[in-house]
Ligand binder design. Structure first.
Ligand SMILES: [Zn+2]
Length: 412
């Protein structure tokens, strides 16, 4: 049976009606609305010959058993940011469900290998600031030792919120048992950026997720009176930071897919009548190539020291967080490329700037690939997030093709 893309769109509309308000989607992980979304999903499984359970980290697993235990895994996430869009995450779950329905019918309920669909718990990290929660527990890269004491805005601790959803924080590592037999992982997601739209393409093949270097950079100068301090003797920490903010742009532009952002600047004392004595900034750099990322980082470091010296300041760096670039499976990239080409006539390969659950899965060595569909105006994490109906339809058809190619590969 060919997949029915209109059924996917109507499922998504149903979910939106159930879990969004006038400001957008409100499926924040560990909230009642999120649980409602998951209950809705379980309702959709009625009549399918599948087993469903939640693992130790709250990931939702739907399994269609096959002749072989080895499993093709499809997945994404139903949780959203507050005031989120109607497609981020749930498109991949709804499309995965449709592929599952198609396989059930085609193989009379018993495919040659096992097919699984996962809805990862708390991909967004919107409430506690810990993204990829469920998939990192699955991958064994979770950081619960430091995360357990995280609080939300109302002072609720992460472990309390999890307990209310039936998840014991001590045990989330047990989600690793779900890795057993997982032979490939596929994820469909909206692009959340403008690349495909600018190229007038409905679909893209994701090469991997960019590595991230995230640092706090502080320039130290000398606070001084803004009226009495001559320009020639100032040690202005903001001036040094400002030079760096401009310099990271040519540093990133040397590489086609690299990005660099200074997203936060705080000045001290931060008053209109004082030269800035201390300036705290942040830098976030991303690229798919580990060497490009390393060279961007060392260039930024050298530039910051140069500018600090020029302004009579000093600078210090501390790493906030980093993750290495994660490349997807070359074979699955080929399958995805074929599926996109057969559906849209043309394909394009691109890295993902945002992180996704697929990155955690790929880290475990399970062959993984993602497919992107175009986002209108590159908007996401916003109620205005949208994708043309014709592109959504193409995405479902192409994703089904990718799943079939992968199933065939795993079946031999
Ligand atoms: Zn997402």
């Amino acid at each position: 049976m060919p997949v029915d893309p209109l059924r996917v769109i109507s499922d998504l509309e149903e979910l939106r009606a159930l879990t969004a308000d006038e400001n957008g989607a409100q499926r924040i992980a560990w909230s009642p609305t999120w649980l409602k979304a998951r209950e809705w999903f379980q309702g959709k499984l009625k009549g399918l010959p599948v087993e469903h359970h939640y693992d130790a980290a709250g990931n939702s697993w739907t399994t269609l058993p096959g002749d072989a235990d080895r499993a093709l895994v499809l997945g994404s996430h139903l949780d959203s940011v507050p005031n989120g869009g109607w497609l981020d995450g749930c498109l991949g779950v709804a499309a995965g469900l449709e592929v599952l329905r198609g396989f059930t019918e085609d193989f009379h309920g018993r495919p040659p290998i096992t097919i699984r669909l996962v809805d990862w718990a708390d991909e967004e990290g919107a409430r506690f600031g810990r993204s990829l929660f469920g998939s990192s527990a699955f991958a064994g890269t979770h950081t619960i030792a430091v995360d357990r004491v995280r609080n939300d805005r109302d002072g609720v601790r992460l472990e309390q919120a999890l307990r209310l959803c039936g998840v014991d924080v001590e045990k989330i590592g047990d989600a690793g048992v779900e890795r057993k037999n997982a032979a490939a992982y596929l994820e469909l997601h909206i692009e959340q950026g403008p690349v495909l739209e600018n190229m007038h393409l409905p679909l893209g093949v994701v090469l991997g997720t960019k590595g991230v270097e995230r640092h706090a950079i502080t320039f130290h100068g000398q606070e001084a009176h803004s009226g009495s301090t001559p320009m020639t003797v100032r040690r202005d920490a903001l001036a040094a930071a400002a030079k760096l903010a401009l310099e990271i742009r040519p540093i990133a532009k040397k590489h086609p897919d690299a990005v660099a952002t200074m997203g936060s600047v705080k000045t001290f004392p931060g008053i209109v009548t004082a030269v800035v004595g201390r300036c705290e900034t942040t830098l976030d750099m991303r690229d798919l190539d580990v060497e490009v990322l390393a060279s961007m980082l060392s260039e930024a470091l050298a530039a910051s020291e140069r500018f600090a010296a020029e302004e009579g300041c000093t600078v210090d760096w501390s790493r906030i967080w980093s993750i290495e670039p994660i490349s997807f499976s070359p074979r699955l990239i080929e399958f995805c490329d074929e599926a996109v080409r057969e559906t849209a006539g043309i394909s394009h390969r691109l890295p993902s700037g945002p992180l996704h659950d697929a990155a955690e899965v790929a880290r475990t060595g399970i062959p993984t690939v993602m497919m992107f569909t175009q986002s209108l105006a590159g908007l996401s994490h916003n109620k205005a997030e949208d994708t043309r109906a014709e592109d959504l339809k193409a995405a479902v058809v192409a994703f089904d093709r990718l799943a079939r190619k992968t199933l065939k590969w795993l079946s031999v």
